[in-house]
Design a protein around this ligand. Structure first.
Ligand code: NAD
Length: 289
C-alpha cells in the first residue's frame, strides 16, 4: 500500500508510518497512492483525486475538511477524515494571544520601539477584565478560549447555530453577540452559512470599537468591509491567523490600521505536531486493519 505524505508533519511521522506501507512524499507517485495525508497546504481537489485512481483514504491532519472536495471523494468511494481532537489547545492559545495583543498594543509598541520611538503616552491600554467576549461557534477551540477568558475576569457569551447550551458560555443570538461583545472571536467551520458572515451589515450591529479575532477561516469575514471599519473607527481592532487567500497578497487588511496578523500558525506548536502525528498513526493503523 502506497501512503503519500504530501505536507510537512513532525519529523518522526514518516518513520512511524513506514510500518503500514510504502511511504513516499513524491507527488509523482500520486497514481499509486491508496492513502494521501495532507495538512492545509495541499488542496485535494477533483483534479488531484482524478490523478489517484487507487485512492481509498484522505487524511487531513488538522481541523476542517474545507481544503478537500469531500463530495467528489465520496462519489469515488474515497473516505475523508481529519483530526479535530488534536489542535484545540494550540489554536486557543494563539486566539488568546491575538486578543490580548490588541488592547496591550503589543504589535504597535514593539514596532515603534524598533523605530527608536518612545510612545509611552500614546500607548494607553485597556484591560480585558470586566469586558465581554462573544464567540461565534462554541466548539472545541472556542471552549478552550472561553475557559482562559473567564480566568481573566471576562464575561463570556456565545452564539452557535447547532449548540443550545454550554458549560463555559451564556448562549444567545448572533445579533446579541454582535451588539454586546467587546471582543468577538470566530470559531465556526467555513460553510455556505458562515462564508462572509462578518460583513458591513454585521459590523454595523457591533459596539463601536469592538475587536474581532479570527483564527477560524479567512473567508468568514469580508476583508474590504473589515478594513473600511478599521479605518473609520467602527472596529477597534482585527487580529487574524487566517485569510481569504493565503498568503493574503493584495488584501485590504495588510494596509488597514489596528491589525495583528499571523501567518496561519494556529496549529503549529511543537506539541500539536506530535498530537497530529499520533492521530494520523491511529487512523492509518485502523485503516490498514
Ligand atoms: P468544532 O467543530 O469543535 O466547533 C465548531 C463550532 O461551530 C460547532 O460548535 C458548530 O456547531 C459551530 N457552527 C457550525 N456552523 C455554524 C453556524 N452557521 N453558525 C454558528 N455556529 C456554527 O471546531 P473547532 O475544533 O473548534 O475548530 C473551529 C474552526 O477553527 C475549524 O473549523 C477551522 O476552520 C479553524 N481552525 C483553524 C486553525 C488555525 O491554524 N488557525 C487550526 C484548527 C482549526
Amino acid at each position: 500500500m502506497v501512503i503519500l505524505l504530501a505536507d510537512a508533519f513532525a519529523t518522526d511521522l514518516p518513520d512511524r508510518l513506514k510500518a503500514f506501507g510504502d511511504l513516499t512524499s513524491d507527488m509523482n507517485r500520486l497514481p499509486e497512492a491508496e492513502i494521501i495525508i495532507v495538512r492545509s497546504k495541499t488542496k485535494v481537489d477533483k483534479a488531484m483525486i482524478d490523478k489517484a485512481p487507487k485512492l481509498k483514504y484522505i487524511i487531513r491532519g488538522g481541523v476542517g475538511v474545507d481544503t478537500i472536495d469531500v463530495a467528489y471523494a465520496a462519489s469515488k468511494n474515497v473516505k475523508v477524515d481529519n483530526t479535530p481532537e488534536a489542535s484545540s489547545l494550540a489554536v486557543a492559545e494563539l486566539a488568546f494571544a491575538l486578543m490580548i495583543a490588541m488592547p496591550c498594543n503589543v504589535a504597535e509598541a514593539d514596532a515603534s520601539m524598533k523605530q527608536g520611538k518612545w510612545l509611552k503616552k500614546e500607548m494607553e491600554r485597556v484591560e480585558l477584565h470586566g469586558k465581554t467576549i462573544g464567540f461565534v461557534g462554541i466548539g472545541r477551540i472556542a471552549r478552550e478560549v472561553a475557559i482562559r477568558a473567564k480566568v481573566f475576569g471576562m464575561n463570556v457569551i456565545a452564539y452557535d447555530k447547532y449548540v443550545a447550551a454550554s458549560d463555559v458560555a451564556t448562549m444567545t443570538t448572533f445579533d446579541e453577540v454582535l451588539a454586546k461583545s467587546d471582543y468577538i472571536s470566530l470559531h465556526t467551520p467555513l460553510t455556505d452559512e458562515t462564508r462572509g458572515m462578518i460583513n458591513a451589515a454585521a459590523i454595523s450591529k457591533m459596539k463601536k470599537g469592538a475587536r474581532v479575532i479570527n483564527t477560524a477561516r479567512g473567508q468568514l469575514v469580508v476583508d474590504a468591509d473589515v478594513a473600511a471599519a478599521l479605518r473609520d473607527g467602527r472596529l477597534g481592532g482585527y487580529a487574524a491567523d487566517v485569510y481569504d487567500k493565503e498568503p493574503p497578497e493584495g488584501s485590504a487588511l495588510l494596509t488597514a490600521p489596528k491589525t495583528v496578523l499571523t501567518p496561519h500558525i494556529g496549529a503549529s506548536t511543537a506539541e500539536n505536531l506530535l498530537r497530529l502525528g499520533d492521530c494520523i498513526v491511529e487512523r492509518v493503523k485502523a485503516f490498514a486493519k
